[in-house]
Design a protein around this ligand. Structure first.
Ligand code: ADP
Ligand code: ZN
Ligand code: ZN
Length: 758
C-alpha cells in the first residue's frame, strides 16, 4: 500500500497542513510528487483539488481509515521533489502558507482554449525583399523597413513580437501583405515563440576580464564549488557575452540554465541575442503569455526539449532536472522581489535552489544592490569586475549637475534650467534627439517648494499630495483634499506651484520655449490605449519627434541610438521617498538615465537638475561612481541598523477595523517584546549562542506604528519592524508570531503579512 501526503487547494487556516490519502492500485503508477490530484474532502466528501507533496510506503494511520485519491489531474507535470522542498523552504523563510508557496512554485495547468498563433515570414526571396526595401523611403516607410530588416535577419517572427517589441502597426503589416512581400501564417499548436537558426551570432573573442570571469566560475564548478558570483560592469562592458559563454560551457556538461531578466528589459534585442546563439534550445517566458502557454513551456523544459529558460522572476521555477546555472541580470531591480506572499526575493530563492541541485548563481549589474556588494565585501559572494566598455568607441556620457536654487536667483522660473535649455536648442539645431525625464514612479506630479525644496504632504498619510486641475491638492491614497497654499508652509516662499507638475505641464512649457520642436509625451493619458506605450516608443525610435518627455518607464531598457541629450528635471523627487533605500534607488535611476545618452555613434550629454547638488546620491551618480556611492551609503545603513548590515522583518497588519488592527499589532509587539526580554535576562537562545558581536545582542523592535501609508482604500495598516544582524533570529520570531496569528493571512478580519529582507 502506498500513501500520498497532500495539501488541499482551499483557503482556510486549518487546512494548511498535510493530509494523508491512500493511493489506489489503479493509480499507483501515475501519482508522483508535485502532481495535482482530486480527492474527497471533509464530511460530505466534497471533491477538491490537492497537491501531492510526499509519497511513502507507510502511514501512521491504518489503511482503511484513509480516503483514496480519486484521480490524477490530466497532463500534470510532476516536478522534481526539490521544487516541493523549495516551496517548503520559502514558506518557512519568508512567511506564508504552504498553499501559497506551492502555488508560487508549481506550474498549474489551467484549461485554456488552444491559442491561435500567428507568424510573419517573407513571401519573396531575400534578393527581391532587399530590392523592394531599397525602393522605400527611409523617412516615410521606416516601420516597413524595420520589419523587412528583422525578417531578413530572422526569417520568421511571431506576430506579437512584430507589433510589440518591434513597434510595428497592423496597417504596416497589412500593406506589406497586400503587396505580396510578407505572409501571415496561423497555427494553433504552440511550439517555440521564435525560430532562428543557431550559430548566427557574431563571433566575439572575450577580452581578458571577461575570460577571467568565465574561468573563475567554470573552474569552481569543475572543482565542485558552487557559489554566488557578482559580475559588476557598466552597461556595454560585455556581461551578456559572459553569460552566453557560461551557458555554452554548461550545455557541454549537459546541464540546464535559467536566465532571469527584468520584464521591462526583456527587449527584442536581448532575447534575439540568446536565440541567435542557442537556437531552439532557448525558450522565453513573459507576462503577456497566458497561463497555458507558460505551462506548456514548463512541460517542454521538463521533457528536456529546451535547455535554457529566459524570463522574469517566475522562470526561477522552471522544472529542469539538471540545473547547472542561474543567471540574474540587473540584479538590483525591485521587480525581483515578490509583492505577494510569500514575499520572496529571486536572489535568495535562486541561491537556495542552486544549493539544492549543485548549481552556481551569477548576478550581473552596472549598479549592484547594496545587498550584493556588501556580501562580496563579507566574502560570501565572489566579485568579478568588468572595468570598461567592451567596444572602444562607446564612451560614457558626460554629466553636468545644475543647482535649481541658483536658477531661481537668476530669475529663471522655467523648469528647464538655462544650461539644459541651451543644450536642447543645440540638439534641435543639429537634428539630434533628447529625453526629458521626471524621476519618480507613476505619472501625476507632486508639488514642492522651489525655494527650499520642501514637498507638500498629506497630513494623514505621509505621502506627497498630487496637484489637480483648479489648484486642488489631493492624496491618492486616502482622498484628502486641500487648496494649494499661497506660500510655502515651511519657508514662506511664494514659488510653490512651479514644480513636480507632471509631464503634461512639462510638455506645455517645453512647447512654449521651443515652438518648432516635435514633442512626444509618455504618461498615464498617452499610454492608456492598449499598445499606446509601445506606439510612442516606436514613433520616437523612428525619429518622429525631437524630444521625449516621460517618467521612469522611459529610462529602462530602451535603446535610442539618436538620443544625445538626457535631462533629469528634478533629481530630488525620488529622494523624498520615506524608505531607507531612497538614496540607493535614486542613485540607480540617475545612473540608468545617464546611460540612455550617447548609446550610438554620437557622444552623449546628461544634465541633472536638483535642489540638492551636494547630496551624495546625486554627486556620485553624476560622476558614475558606484564605489563612491557605496562608501557613503554603507556607513549610514550600518549606523541606523538597516539592511544589508542588519536583516529586517516588516510585519504589515491590516484590517478594515482600525481598533482590531491596532490590537493585533500590539499583540504581535507584545510577543516580540517578551522574546527580547527573555534574551536580555537569559542571554541568547540556545541555537544562537555561538553568535558573537552585534549578533549576540537582542533583536530590536520598532513599533507598532502606522505603516508609511497608514490607510489605503479604507483598510488601516499598522506595521512593526524587527531587526537583527542574524536573519535566522527573525525567522524564529516569525515562527512564534505565526503560531499567534495563524499562518493563514486572514484571521478575524485582520491580515498579517511578513516581509523579511534578503
Ligand atoms: P552588457 O551586457 O554588459 O551591457 P554586452 O554583452 O551587451 O554588455 O556588450 C556590449 C556590446 O559589446 C555588444 O554589442 C557586444 O556584442 C560587444 N562585446 C562584448 N564583449 C565583446 C568582446 N570581447 N569583443 C567584441 N565585442 C564585444
Ligand atoms: Zn492621504
Ligand atoms: Zn519653502
Amino acid at each position: 500500500m502506498r500513501y500520498a501526503g497532500v495539501v488541499v487547494d482551499i483557503s482556510g487556516g486549518k487546512l494548511d497542513r498535510m493530509f494523508t490519502y491512500r493511493i489506489p492500485e489503479r493509480l499507483e503508477e501515475q501519482v508522483r510528487v508535485g502532481d495535482q490530484v482530486e480527492v474527497p474532502f471533509g464530511k460530505g466528501d466534497r471533491r477538491v483539488t490537492a497537491f501531492v507533496i510526499e509519497i511513502s510506503d507507510t502511514s501512521s494511520y491504518a489503511g482503511d481509515e484513509l480516503k483514496e485519491i480519486l484521480e490524477v489531474s490530466p497532463r500534470g507535470v510532476a516536478v522534481e521533489s526539490h521544487l516541493i522542498e523549495l516551496a517548503w523552504w520559502m514558506k518557512e523563510e519568508y512567511g506564508s502558507s504552504m498553499l501559497q508557496a506551492l502555488k508560487t512554485v508549481l506550474p498549474v495547468k489551467r484549461t485554456v482554449a488552444p491559442v491561435r498563433r500567428r507568424h510573419i515570414r517573407l513571401q519573396v526571396d531575400e534578393t527581391e525583399a532587399r530590392k523592394f526595401a531599397e525602393g522605400l523611403s527611409p523617412g516615410r516607410s521606416a516601420a516597413q523597413l524595420r520589419l523587412l530588416e528583422a525578417l531578413l535577419t530572422d526569417g520568421r517572427l511571431p506576430y506579437e513580437t512584430v507589433t510589440g517589441r518591434l513597434h510595428i502597426g497592423a496597417s504596416t503589416i497589412r500593406s506589406l501583405k497586400e503587396k505580396g512581400i510578407i505572409q501571415v501564417e496561423e497555427e494553433t499548436d504552440y511550439r517555440n515563440p521564435v525560430q532562428v537558426k543557431a550559430g548566427e551570432a557574431k563571433d566575439v573573442q572575450l577580452n581578458e576580464e571577461q575570460q577571467r570571469a568565465v574561468n573563475t566560475i567554470c573552474g569552481d564548478d569543475a572543482g565542485g564549488i558552487h557559489g554566488t558570483y557578482l559580475l559588476y560592469g557598466v552597461t556595454g562592458s560585455g556581461k551578456t557575452e559572459v553569460y552566453m559563454e557560461l551557458i555554452d560551457r554548461m550545455l557541454h556538461t549537459d546541464r540546464q540554465i535559467i536566465v532571469l531578466i527584468p520584464e521591462i528589459a526583456l527587449t527584442y534585442q536581448t532575447v534575439m541575442r540568446f536565440y541567435r546563439r542557442f537556437g531552439d534550445k532557448v525558450s522565453v517566458l513573459h507576462s503577456r503569455m497566458s497561463e497555458g502557454e507558460r505551462y506548456d513551456q514548463f512541460v517542454r523544459a521538463k521533457k528536456g526539449e529546451i535547455q535554457i529558460m529566459v524570463g522574469p522572476r517566475s522562470a526561477l521555477f522552471t522544472p529542469f532536472t539538471h540545473l547547472g546555472l542561474i543567471i540574474i541580470d540587473e540584479e538590483q531591480e525591485a521587480s525581483y522581489k515578490s509583492e505577494l506572499s510569500p514575499r520572496y526575493h529571486a536572489v535568495g530563492v535562486a541561491e537556495k535552489r542552486a544549493s539544492m541541485t549543485g548549481a552556481s548563481v551569477v548576478l550581473g549589474s552596472a549598479t549592484p544592490s547594496l545587498d550584493s556588494f556588501y556580501r562580496c565585501q563579507e566574502g560570501r559572494y565572489k566579485l568579478l569586475t568588468l572595468s570598461r566598455r567592451a567596444v572602444k568607441e562607446a564612451r560614457l556620457a558626460q554629466v553636468e549637475v545644475v543647482d535649481l536654487r541658483e536658477e531661481l536667483l537668476k530669475g529663471n522660473k522655467s523648469i528647464i534650467s538655462l544650461r539644459l535649455g541651451e543644450l536642447l536648442a543645440d540638439r534641435l539645431k543639429k537634428g539630434e534627439q533628447s529625453i526629458l525625464f521626471l524621476n519618480r514612479r507613476g505619472f501625476s506630479g507632486f508639488v514642492s517648494c522651489r525655494s527650499c525644496g520642501e514637498a507638500m504632504k498629506c497630513p494623514h498619510c505621509d505621502v506627497s499630495l498630487t496637484l489637480h486641475r483648479g489648484g486642488r491638492l489631493i492624496c491618492h491614497y486616502c482622498g484628502y483634499e486641500t487648496a494649494l497654499p499661497r506660500v510655502c508652509p515651511s519657508c514662506g516662499s511664494r514659488y510653490i506651484a512651479g514644480f513636480g507638475i507632471g509631464t503634461q505641464k512639462v510638455e506645455a512649457m517645453v512647447a512654449e520655449q521651443f515652438p518648432e520642436a516635435r514633442i512626444l509625451r509618455m504618461d498615464a493619458d498617452t499610454t492608456a490605449k492598449k499598445g499606446g506605450h509601445e506606439a510612442i516608443l516606436s514613433a520616437f525610435a523612428d525619429g518622429e519627434a525631437d524630444i521625449l518627455i516621460g517618467t521612469q518607464m522611459i529610462v529602462k531598457g530602451h535603446d535610442f541610438p539618436r538620443v544625445t541629450l538626457v535631462g533629469v528635471l528634478a533629481a530630488d523627487l525620488s529622494l523624498n521617498n520615506p524608505s531607507y533605500d531612497a538614496s540607493e534607488r535614486t542613485f540607480q535611476l540617475l545612473t540608468q538615465a545617464a546611460g540612455r545618452a550617447g548609446r550610438g555613434a554620437l557622444p552623449g550629454q546628461v544634465v541633472i537638475q536638483t535642489y540638492r547638488p551636494e547630496h551624495y546620491s546625486i554627486r556620485t551618480a553624476a560622476a558614475q561612481d558606484y564605489d563612491g556611492f557605496y562608501a557613503e551609503e554603507l556607513p549610514y545603513r550600518q549606523m541606523l541598523h538597516y539592511p544589508p548590515v542588519y536583516a529586517m522583518m516588516t510585519l504589515l497588519i491590516s484590517s478594515k477595523d482600525e481598533a482590531a488592527a491596532g490590537r493585533a499589532a500590539r499583540a504581535c509587539a507584545g510577543l516580540v517584546e517578551r522574546y527580547i526580554d527573555r534574551w536580555k535576562t537569559d542571554g541568547a537562545p540556545q541555537r544562537f549562542r555561538e553568535n558573537t558581536g552585534a549578533a549576540a545582542r537582542e533583536p530590536e523592535l520598532i513599533g507598532p506604528c502606522d505603516a508609511p501609508v497608514s490607510r489605503i482604500n479604507d483598510i488601516y495598516r499598522k506595521t512593526l519592524y524587527i531587526r537583527h544582524v542574524d536573519r535566522r533570529v527573525l525567522v524564529t520570531i516569525k515562527d512564534g508570531l505565526e503560531s499567534l496569528t495563524g499562518w493563514r493571512e486572514e484571521k478575524g478580519g485582520v491580515s498579517v503579512q511578513y516581509d523579511i529582507s534578503r
